[in-house]
Design a protein around this ligand. Sequence first.
Ligand SMILES: NC(=O)c1ccc[n+]([C@@H]2O[C@H](COP(=O)([O-])OP(=O)(O)OC[C@H]3O[C@@H](n4cnc5c(N)ncnc54)[C@H](OP(=O)(O)O)[C@@H]3O)[C@@H](O)[C@H]2O)c1
Length: 332
Amino acid sequence: MDILLLGGSKFLGRAYAAEALARGHRVTTYNRGVSRTDLPGVEAVHGDRGSLDDLRRLVDGRQWDAVVDTSGQQPHDVAQTARLLSGRTGHYGFVSSVHAFADWPARPVGPESELLACAGDLPPDQPFATALKAGCERALLENHDGPSVILNCGLLIGPHEPIGRLPWWLDRVARGGRVLAPGAADRPISLIDARDFAAFGLDLAERRATGRFVTTAPPGSATTGELLDACRAATGSDAEFAWTADATLLGAEVAPWTELPLWAPAAEGWLGTWQADSTAAVAAGLRIRPLADTVRDTWAWLESGGRAEVAYRQLETPLGLDPAKEQSLLGS
Ligand SMILES: NC(=O)c1ccc[n+]([C@@H]2O[C@H](COP(=O)([O-])OP(=O)(O)OC[C@H]3O[C@@H](n4cnc5c(N)ncnc54)[C@H](OP(=O)(O)O)[C@@H]3O)[C@@H](O)[C@H]2O)c1
């Protein structure tokens, strides 16, 4: 197939590009060429998603069998590409997020869950809000003429992760000693390797599947203890995990999700975090590799220069627990 990746150079889009090339597809990527270098073997077209002139330069005289949109964050931009690509593509796959659902992370969500309120026809350059992904979904459905699929993505991990959630844990566990571990070892967690997501997304594109798939590991397929054990095994460290109750951490004003990445306390507002229902995706062929494989590959990537790609921050919020605060909590 001829595949257009809107994005395609950083993390999930990069995984799509690698998988598509491995399957023998021809890949065009479209990005500004500022964040990363495109993979060898793709046709890289550089331009801004927000610029109609740039997009016309991309699409004029062209057709693709499938488009995958990993970079859509603004309803205006998604509407614009969806309109321009109508009639020029056999299939449009849009990567949304579990964030688009009104109930996430407070309650379990699934493909039928209500979306956040956000119009699909907003003006460009909206300030960041999680609801924008819901607006992007509406923008696609309102403007694209042809088969399309929406993938509501859970928490992505794996090599090239730019935010640094799993990298932070790997680095912390690698330092060894007593490591503050949040909550309980048997607490379920549900993550997805970007490479597994991309393989599933391409399966859907190849068969022109339509509809919506919540795309993440099935709830309960792994635990926080397994995640940290995998970090210890991958890094060869002597870390000892000091499991610390949610109430203690919340009492010490440790911020869930960012100060301790991947920590969602068993507390109001967080109970649905790892409960997104991916049954339909699994039935449609989603395969999740063992968590330990993802952790091992991510460590190998970090150790071979990957840290330069990691921001260790989520938007403006730095990730990770200050070592002095960790020591004081471990002593208390
Ligand atoms: N990380 C998670 O846990 C998580 C969870 C739920 C959902 N998601 C969603 O999953 C997707 C992750 O995608 P990714 O970032 O890994 O994909 P990616 O396609 O690998 O990277 C983003 C791409 O967008 C390009 N880009 C950014 N701004 C652009 C612009 N104005 N015009 C043209 N291109 C632009 C970037 O290149 P340049 O900067 O060089 O232009 C880059 O190639 C996102 O849609 C995210 O919302 C992620």
